[in-house]
Ligand binder design. Sequence first.
Ligand code: ATP
Ligand code: MG
Length: 364
Amino acid sequence: MNADIILLKYGEISLKGLNRPVFEKKLMSNINRALAPLGKFSVKRSQSTVYVEPLSDDIDMEETVERLSKVFGIVNICPAVKCEKTMEAIEKTTVAALNQMDLEGKTFKVEAKREDKQFPMNSPQICQHMGGVILKNTNGLTGDVHNPDSTAGKATLLLSGGIDSPVAGWMISKRGAALEAVHFHSHPYTSDRAKEKVIDLAKIISEYTGEIKLHIVPFTDIQLDIIDKCPKEYLTIIMRRLMMQIAERISIESGSQALITGESIGQVASQTMESLAVTDNAVNIPVFRPCIGMDKEEIVTISKKIDTYETSILPYEDCCTIFVPKHPKTKPSIPEIVEAEQLLTDPEGMMNKAIEEREILIIK
Ligand code: ATP
Ligand code: MG
């Protein structure tokens, strides 16, 4: 056992009201008595946890745990490893400690509790981040973190190569939701490098969320048909509605309960309240837009913090920048857009074909 400190939780005692100090004193003296034959220890108490630390290297930690397990009132014994209070040190120490253990076939779950509320990540963020770090740097473990039962459900992120959508996905996963992602690719108008960029973004997000299934959907035929058949000023909004419908179908198939986009009010023509209402109207599934009230600067700040920024600003074109109309409609109404969509050749058939021909990647 490579622990250098043992944390003890005491159960009932912490409920004993006014008599509590008496019970705690008794507990401390019982611990000291149980350990005395093994050598010198520092035994300290803080917030219902007792910290037992051997004061010399030759103390047998297995025997220490064995003896503590016989002290009444202790409900949980956690051998632990101490480290500096930085994320880097926590990562290094955790991976080193785990790699000394036989992990084959074991599952794990990360639980974090901060005593120092100034620490830059909060507890759920630490859990998600460390889950990713552990999976990446150990062998044999499978994470319970991916089990949808243990999360707030699953949502499907419409992931472009831009700054906003990775931030939106991260924000929802921060609440404990698992992510699936859909990217619309416009080969040959967009390059393989643009696709690689999206895969890289999904990789960065997966470090927080664990495995992400990324669906790359060929979208060129649909876009060309819209350009060919519908009035130019409706191009973006119709495109967005078809993207949403395809993402909705993929969500239903994969058991995902909502869509996520990086939209924010007023950022571009397709993100006015009127446009957002027309987009929402294309689907029945809830659409989460966690960036909705943020300005670009606020979104950029988060993207820098979560490390997606540098990848997002790489200059590869995305399908929306290639096919943007010069004068998009900023206040579309549902009936006029639905009418314009009647001009499409075979939207049902085209959406089904795109879904059939999608590429599915497991990103971890
Ligand atoms: P982003 O920085 O996320 O690209 P944006 O400000 O460029 O956002 P738009 O291009 O108008 O905004 O896209 C709005 C939202 O639609 C995006 O945040 C994303 O969720 C979704 N989206 C746009 N293009 C794609 C695409 N090619 N594949 C998947 N989703 C997309
Ligand atoms: Mg974009």
